[in-house]
Structure formats: structure tokens, C-alpha cells
Design a protein around this ligand. Structure first.
Ligand code: GLU
Length: 500
């Protein structure tokens, strides 16, 4: 390998940055950071009608969220600036002219309607549609007439009509395309903007890109790119086309599969570390069954030649499971820092909670971290830590709170806990078990109703440890409230579906 490895991530700032884009960025990053080299961020905003500054912002946010840094790009410059294609129009115009001078670029005056007609005609004849080449050999008189009609030309590239184009792809192997199957692509639009094909070939060349790592959807485009490179006598980079990412129904991942925009994942509370791990295993494997791999471990083992050709399935359940593993293993301080803004947004933590309350949040996070898969669900699962305003779920009602024996137990427990001098897990456990003994029931017969009354649910972390983190008065208040409601028959199961 040459020592000056240069890769680029080249997103278009249109629509929203999706998981597929981030996957491509990650694989470029892993490749270049694993062995040394330069990562270029190039913004392909040649679709002047659909590119937006908001979409560009999302690209930056997504990359930063995952910690994928770059060495050259629109924001930091570099030796091959500018890195926004819309600022390089004169360069592409020069290359389009060069192709025309070589007789390989020509003006096409067809209107969108005419092109559509051509396509329909071919479809009707059972031929795969392509541009039929009608402007390939226009005479000067034709051109004059067409211009006179007010038509403005675009420029097309004259592709080979016969033979094959062979691509040696690091991941996909040797791929052969029949040249006859494609029509002449547009390389420069009437607006003066280049199309993707021209801009990508020119920039990969001028920016000295050695490896083009991108989604397999671009593999057919590579046929055009190789022909453009030949025409312009450009040394091609090495290509590595990453496998397709499918949804769980094995169709191409799209909006239909739910959240595919990168920002959605960040909002749902995926940890970037988990996302890196999860995305890295889409189409690449470390060669073992290991699934939880740190960024360093992935960097250490990653190689393009170990990437698979077959599509990989984006299994959201698995992503959530993996995220849960990372939450479980996270430093509780870090977790508390991530949770704080989410809880503040829901009004469950004060804007400026102070050091003690923050430390308390760290303890809550620690107690709950094995039970939460997504940060966004923390405020649901752990709601009772922050507020008395929680609902009693159906299972808690059914199993305990609707039982006539529960209210007296809860009242007795409230009386006992109200007089506890020490408020810690040990003292709480003693009090609960002591009461059970006095009542002549198993400890569970007090523990479960107590949990139902204090948390509104039947599952959760150690009851004594969670009560320790609540205020004594709050716990006593909750026990009395549930006792009262239960005795009044107000905690009957509701008709609502039980959520697992
Ligand atoms: N702008 C293209 C895209 O976003 C880049 C394709 C390429 O990497 O060549 O899909």
C-alpha cells in the first residue's frame, strides 16, 4: 500500500443524513484511521435545487456524534480546497470543455418530455431504457435550429457503445458491465452545474483520493466513472463498494423501516459508542463471534477485505440490545451527564440541580443502568425516582394493589418507615423483613406490594436500594396514598393493554 492513503466521505446535503451514509463514513474512517492516512470530507452539493444548509448541519452533527473526524473539509480547509463542490464549478466546466475538445462531450438539447418519451418507447419495446443518443451527431444547422427554439443544452459524455468495463473492487471482486447497456450520461447541466458523475471523477482525481469506499448502490455508476477516467487519462482510485443495508423485511433500508435518520438515533438515546459498534458489524466481521467491540478493538481488526459482499440486515432490536450493553457498562457519571438534559427537558430535573442532586442522579443512573436499553426510555422506567406523579401499571394493580390484604400491610409499613432513624438500604430491609415476620407472612408478601406502591410497577432494581435514594417522607407518603386508594377499591386493573 502507498503510504499516502487518502479517502473521502462525500455526502450530498439533501434530505436527511441516514444510517447508510453514516455507515459509509464509518467504514472510510475505520480504514484510514486504522492504518494512517487522510480523511477528506467533501460536500457534494451539485444538486443545487435540493441542497440545504440544514442538511449540511446534520452531516456535521452526525459525524461529530459518532466521533468520526476528518483532516480536510469545508470547515477546516486543506491543500485541495475548496471542498464544497458548488465552489468548484469552474474546475468542472474546464473538464467538461476538455471532453468536448476530445470529441467525447457533446451538447444535448432534448427536453425532459422528449427524454421521457424515449424511455417509454424503449420500455414498450422491452429494451432497458437509456438515452438514445439522438444529439450525438447534430449538425451545426441542427444546433442553430434548436437554439433558435430557445432550448438550452446540457452536456453529455459519449460512452463506449461496445465492449465491457471491468471493475476490480476490493470487496465486490471483479465486476463486468456491458457497455452497450448504458446511454450517454449528462455531465454538465444547463444550469452550468456538473452532475455527480463528472464532479466525483474530477474531485477524486484532483484530491488525490486513493480509495473510494462507498455504498454498493454506486457500483453501476463506477462503470461511467471508469470510462470518464479513461477519457481524461486519469489514474483510477481503488474501489471498495460496501454491501447493501436492508431492513428487517429484507428490502432496502428506508423511511418505511422507522427511524433511519441519524438524528433520530441520537434523540432516542443511542450511545455513539454503541452505534459505532453496531454499524461496524453491518457488513464486516472481526472473524469471531465477538459482538461487543470497542472502537479501538474495531480499529485494530478492521480491514476492507474482510467486508462481506452480501447484504446485511439492520436489526433494530439488536441495535437496542447492544445499546443496552453499552449503557450497562457505561460510567454512571457519564450516563448522568447524558441523562440530565433529557430529564430537564421533561421537567424531572431542575435546570441547575446542584452538586448533591447531580451526585444523586449518578446513583440513580447506576442503579438503573442494567435495565435501560435507550436513554430516551430512562425517564419512563425510572420516573418514580423523580416524581410522585406516576401511574400504577396493570400488573401492579392486578397482582397486589387490588388485593384487600394489601392496604393494611402498606399502612403498617408506612408507620414503621416513618419512624426509621436511619434511611439506608440495610435499615429498610430490616424494617420490611421485620414487619413481614410480625405479620406472619413471607417477606415477598410485603416487598411486592411495597414496590407496587412506591414505584407503580412490579419490576425494577433492588427495592431497598431504590427506596434509599428516595426521600423518607416521599416513600411514606406513597405507601399511605396507595393504601388509601387500594382500600377504596380505586386500584382495580384498567382495561388498558398491559405493556410488557
Ligand atoms: N454524493 C454521493 C452520495 O451521497 C457520493 C457517492 C460517492 O461516494 O461517490 O451518495
Amino acid at each position: 500500500m502507498p503510504d499516502a492513503i487518502r479517502v473521502r466521505f462525500a455526502p450530498a446535503p439533501t434530505g436527511y443524513m441516514h444510517i447508510g451514509n453514516l455507515h459509509t463514513a464509518l467504514f472510510n474512517w475505520l480504514f484510514v484511521r486504522g492504518q494512517g492516512g487522510t480523511m477528506v470530507l467533501r460536500i457534494e452539493d451539485t444538486d443545487e435545487l435540493r441542497s440545504t444548509p440544514e442538511a449540511l448541519g446534520v452531516i456535521y452533527d452526525g459525524l461529530r456524534w459518532l466521533g468520526l473526524d476528518w483532516d480536510e473539509g469545508p470547515d477546516i480547509g486543506g491543500p485541495y480546497a475548496p471542498y464544497m463542490q458548488s465552489e468548484r464549478l469552474a474546475i468542472y466546466q474546464g473538464y467538461a470543455q476538455k471532453l468536448r475538445d476530445l470529441g467525447l462531450g457533446y451538447e444535448c438539447f432534448c427536453t425532459p418530455e422528449e427524454l421521457e418519451e424515449q424511455r417509454q418507447l424503449m420500455r414498450a419495446r422491452g429494451i432497458p431504457p437509456k438515452y438514445d443518443g439522438r444529439c450525438r451527431n447534430l449538425t451545426e444547422a441542427d444546433e442553430l435550429r434548436l437554439r433558435h427554439e430557445g432550448r438550452e443544452p446540457c452536456i453529455r459524455f459519449r460512452v463506449r457503445e461496445t465492449g465491457k468495463t471491468v471493475i476490480n473492487d476490493i470487496i465486490q471482486g471483479e465486476v463486468i458491465y456491458e457497455n452497450a447497456l448504458i446511454g450517454d450520461p449528462v455531465i454538465a447541466k444547463t444550469s452550468g452545474f456538473p452532475t455527480y458523475h463528472l464532479a466525483v471523477v474530477v474531485d477524486d482525481h484532483l484530491m488525490q483520493i486513493t480509495h473510494v469506499i462507498r455504498a454498493v448502490e454506486h457500483l453501476p455508476n463506477t462503470q461511467i466513472h471508469r470510462q470518464l477516467q479513461e477519457a481524461l487519462e486519469i489514474e483510477p482510485p481503488q474501489y471498495a463498494h460496501l454491501p447493501l443495508i436492508l431492513g428487517e423485511d429484507r428490502t432496502k433500508l428506508s423511511k418505511r423501516h422507522g427511524a433511519v435518520a441519524v438524528t433520530d438515533y441520537a434523540e432516542q438515546g443511542f450511545l455513539p459508542e454503541a452505534m459505532v459498534n453496531f454499524l461496524a458489524l453491518l457488513g464486516w466481521s472481526p472473524g469471531s463471534e465477538e459482538e461487543i467491540l470497542s472502537r479501538e478493538q474495531i480499529l485494530d481488526k478492521f480491514s476492507l477485505s474482510d467486508c462481506s459482499r452480501s447484504p446485511s440486515v439492520f436489526d433494530l432490536g439488536k441495535a437496542e440490545w447492544m445499546n443496552g450493553q453499552y449503557i450497562n457498562d457505561a460510567d454512571p457519571e457519564h450516563l448522568a451527564d447524558l441523562l440530565l438534559p433529557l430529564l430537564q427537558e421533561e421537567g424531572l430535573m431542575a435546570k441547575d440541580p446542584g452538586a448533591d442532586r447531580h451526585q444523586w442522579l449518578v446513583m440513580v443512573a447506576q442503579l438503573m443502568q442494567s435495565r435501560v436499553k435507550l436513554l430516551s426510555t430512562f425517564s419512563t422506567w425510572a420516573r418514580y425516582f423523580f416524581t410522585d406523579a406516576f401511574d400504577y401499571d396493570n400488573r401492579a394493580r392486578q397482582q397486589w394493589l387490588n388485593d384487600p390484604e394489601t392496604a393494611p400491610k402498606l399502612t403498617a409499613l408506612a408507620d414503621r418507615l416513618a419512624t426509621l432513624d436511619e434511611w439506608n438500604a440495610e435499615a429498610l430491609e430490616q424494617a420490611v423483613r421485620g414487619l413481614a415476620e410480625e405479620l406472619g407472612v413471607k417477606a415477598a408478601q410485603v416487598i411486592h406490594p411495597c414496590r407496587a406502591a412506591v414505584t407503580g410497577t412490579t419490576i425494577g432494581p433492588s427495592l431497598f436500594h431504590l427506596m434509599e435514594l428516595l426521600e423518607q417522607a416521599d416513600v411514606v407518603g406513597r405507601l399511605r396514598r396507595a393504601a388509601g386508594l387500594s382500600a377504596a377499591g380505586e386500584l382495580k386493573p384498567t382495561d388498558e393493554e398491559e405493556s410488557a
